[in-house]
Design a protein around this ligand. Structure first.
Ligand SMILES: [Fe+2]
Length: 568
């Protein structure tokens, strides 16, 4: 039984499963080359069908991550919060609401669009609740038979936060928190206040910046903007900080009085901005920990699944693992909306078709791959000089290049699902070089100096580095590095002594594991610096994307499967 899951508006994606096994999953942005692509994911669907070797007529079910008829709540909320502003431009409001309506209402035409574009088919089409898809995306592919589930995002149809319990093939919602009370929207509003762009997914920047600040504004945020309350709940006061107004770069007098003027994009980052980031970050963590206490009391589960865009907050995840009552955790690599396509497909398979569970997501490699011959053909066509080498020669050679200071664009196997490059579409460099972070951020990736870079490490060596066992194949949790280890790998340790590691397993990515092992043989360090293979655009997908990036940038070597290009 083939089932296709779809995410369409923002981080559009498609996922194909076959009898409960994950066949293919990819974000549309990788094909369209538009970050966070919003729109119908034609190319992701094409890819999924091709990977599965099927046609649309072979699909029994297609499931969407959204119930468009719940739109009115969201639209009403947008109008309500917009009318709070004294400086509102009604034309902008009307346009905004009209756009929202158009795009969500367009969902009713999806079955028709699918048949028109891909051909006749008898699939059954399902509209599923957004947060249920988030919850399913984590729990139904987790190693757990039962678990508590917390999903957190900007908003679904009107739910922003959901407590659930996962039991076998079921996800049972326990509680929903609705607009305007949204942790994701609170964080996005702070993102815009700090001069970053919530539409570009710049929330990462706030988290990175927070490590440089002191939470001086914590009390203001906790008292006036976001407060936890006794019922394992939280409240956002949109009179003081409103997401819809922040979108338009408008902030209340009270917020400006307390926090100072909002920063404009491109202005210098001052200590005050770092302190605002630190305060919002700390408060987010505290509110989520507060809710998790309640979720634990309610479920008495030891396993926790997290999903939704806020679950990408790896610093928060680190505190959850350390301080929440739960003992075991699972966060799926596409925790944001792209992952809802996966959740939707599994919801249909288990909850609607009542099939038993038979799959665990142990890695993220579910995207397109290209043979070494396809890669060499692309290199030849581009007129680049390259050598084709067997792994026994190539891997030690690449490890040596990295140890000698090279930054390598590393391209192999199936592309990752989710925003993290996990060793198949990555820039790799030497973590021992303290200057590597600024070199990579500013000279290669052309982005802010404060963005932390993360390590990939052999899973066998994790305890040596962190002083305790840790399993995170998806690079989604920040934890403390042992003090004695920080000087060994300075470019992947953040200013506060933490790192966001990918633990690399020989089972799920043997070739990447071997490359790190070769680096360890030379350097004594079982760690590589790993950041995504992209410069100001989505992570590379094809050999052509990788070659284009190589040509336009200043990194030293490119590996496309078994082909090595060294910049002269
Ligand atoms: Fe979401």
């Amino acid at each position: 039984m083939y089932i296709l899951g779809l995410t369409t508006l923002g981080d559009a994606a498609a996922t194909l499963i076959s009898d409960g096994q994950l066949v293919a999953a990819a974000e549309e942005e990788r094909f369209s080359r538009i970050k966070h692509h919003s729109g119908f994911p034609y190319r992701s669907i094409e890819y999924c069908l091709e990977e599965g070797g099927i046609r649309i007529g072979d699909l029994a079910h297609i499931a969407l991550y959204w119930k468009p008829w719940v739109l009115r709540h969201k639209a009403l909320q947008a109008v309500k919060s917009l009318t709070l502003s004294r400086n509102m431009f009604s034309a902008r409001v009307n346009r905004g609401v009209a756009q929202v309506s158009e795009s969500y209402l367009g969902m009713f035409r999806y079955p028709h669009l699918l048949r028109r574009h891909f051909g006749p088919s008898t699939f059954k089409f399902h509209y599923l609740e957004h947060h249920l898809c988030h919850a399913a995306s984590a729990f139904l592919v987790s190693p757990f038979e039962t678990a508590a589930i917390l999903t957190l995002d900007g908003t679904g149809e009107d739910t922003t936060t959901m407590f659930s319990r996962g039991e076998g093939t079921r996800v049972r919602p326990l509680k929903r928190i609705k607009l305007p009370h949204s942790l994701g929207q609170f964080y996005s509003a702070v993102t815009n206040f700090l001069g970053f762009d919530m539409f570009a997914g710049d929330e990462w920047k706030v988290m990175g910046l927070a490590a440089y600040g002191e939470p001086r504004y914590y009390d203001f945020f906790a008292r006036r903007v976001l407060s936890a309350n006794g019922d394992n709940d939280f409240r956002v006061n949109i009179q003081v900080l409103d997401h819809h107004l922040a979108k338009l770069y408008q902030f209340s007098d009270e917020a400006i009085e307390a926090l100072g003027q909002p920063r404009r994009n491109g202005e210098a980052i001052e200590q005050r901005h770092q302190d605002v980031a630190a305060s919002a970050q700390r408060l987010l963590e505290d509110v989520v920990l507060h809710m998790l206490q309640g979720l634990y009391q309610q479920t008495r589960e030891e396993n926790l699944c997290l999903a939704g865009g806020v679950a990408f907050n790896s610093v928060m995840n680190g505190r959850i693992m350390k301080e929440s009552p739960f003992k075991r955790f699972f966060i799926q690599p596409a925790a944001g909306d792209a992952g809802c396509s996966l959740g939707a497909a599994y919801l249909v398979f288990h909850s609607i078709c009542k099939r038993p569970r038979n799959f665990q997501m142990e890695h993220a490699y579910y995207g397109p791959q290209f043979s070494s011959e396809e890669c060499s053909a692309a290199l030849r066509e581009a007129g680049l000089h390259f050598e084709t080498l067997p792994d026994e020669i190539l891997l030690p050679r690449v490890a040596r290049l990295i140890a000698d200071g090279a930054i390598v664009g590393w391209f192999q196997g199936r592309m990752e699902f989710g925003p993290r490059a996990l060793g198949n579409r990555s820039f790799l460099a030497d973590p021992r070089r303290a200057d590597m972070r600024s070199l990579l951020n500013q000279k290669v990736k052309l982005r802010e100096w404060f963005r932390p870079l993360a390590p990939s490490m052999l899973e066998e060596c994790v305890t040596d580095i962190f002083g305790r066992p840790h399993h995170d194949p998806f690079m989604i949790t920040v934890i403390n590095v042992l003090e004695s280890q920080r000087d060994r790998i300075p470019s992947v340790v953040h200013v506060d002594g933490t790192a966001r590691p990918q633990t690399v397993s020989r089972k799920t990515n043997p070739r990447y594991w071997q490359l790190i092992r070769e680096f360890e043989k030379i350097s004594g360090v079982p760690v590589l610096l790993n950041t995504s293979f992209n410069i100001q655009e989505p992570i590379v997908c094809t050999p052509g994307d990788a070659i284009k990036t190589f040509r336009g940038a200043s990194f030293d070597a490119l590996v496309l499967e078994n082909n090595l290009v060294i910049r002269s």
